[in-house]
Design a protein around this ligand. Sequence first.
Ligand code: CAA
Length: 281
Amino acid sequence: MKRIGVVGCGLMGAGIAEVCARAGLDVVVAESHPAAVESGSERLRTSLARAQRKGRIPDAEAALRRIRVTDAIDELSDREIVIEAIVEDENEKVALFRQLDKILALPDAIIASNTSAIPIVKLASATTRPEQVLGVHFFNPVPVLPLVELVPSLLTAGETTSRAHEFVRGALGKRPILCKDRAGFVVNSLLIPFILAAVRMLESGFATRDDIDSGLVHGAAHPQGPLALADLIGLDTTKAIADSLYEEFKEPLYASPPLLVRMVDAGLLGRKNGQGFYSYR
Ligand code: CAA
């Protein structure tokens, strides 16, 4: 697959567009309005310039030229695969999948979702081609982390999973793993309860923020501690994934502790808006 579409040019969408362009693929990114096109384009420029500065790519401008950011979703019509990376809202995603199903002209085009929380089968069922829908879940920061979870639903054709595997491994050079269509897939099923446990530890006064994070960085060789990682993921996203895990399994270890809920209520969302467990201002 050479013609790639991405919907959403936020943190994840821009990262996905970037790795596709860096792999030499032609990318169209659809955003919902002109201001989002502008901020998404700026995000791409900044990240690609950083990659060039670090010597990871020879020419940021060449990669940028392979990406077109637009607010006209119809421009996705000729894409071979479209990866959706919009907000984690089931109604919005279902509406988008319905729309993409109508727009995509190629009969074998794949519609993929970067969701970390919404059942793939619900998105697949909104289309007339559920056998060509699957989850393709990247990790943040997308240009840095090699993992991609591939999530076929009960309705996905084996051929679709194989093509997605070839795209992720062969074209992008990432490391795919196969997951079942259940909340959390593999990584978040393990990572989110770990982060929630760290928040509970902080909340109970058992240890300080810095000691919790320092413990995991220096005692377990994690690149960053669980509270810093929650800030990176976004506290709202962390809570949304926890909620979906809790709804699916009803296990107390997936229940968001009050501190996390109150921080989200207060708009303390982590890196994305400057304040979470740490300050980024
Ligand atoms: N975009 C592009 N490159 C980035 C980047 C970004 N946002 N952030 C860091 N980098 C690059 C840097 O340029 C640097 O590159 P070089 O090695 O070439 O110098 C490298 O990554 C390391 O960065 P830094 O030296 O600035 O900082 P660091 O060593 O502290 O690493 C980190 C930062 C990459 C975020 C690292 O701490 C890390 O990998 N943390 C774990 C992240 C993680 O677990 N993510 C998964 C979250 S779960 C998820 O995404 C799924 C979900 O559904 C919620």
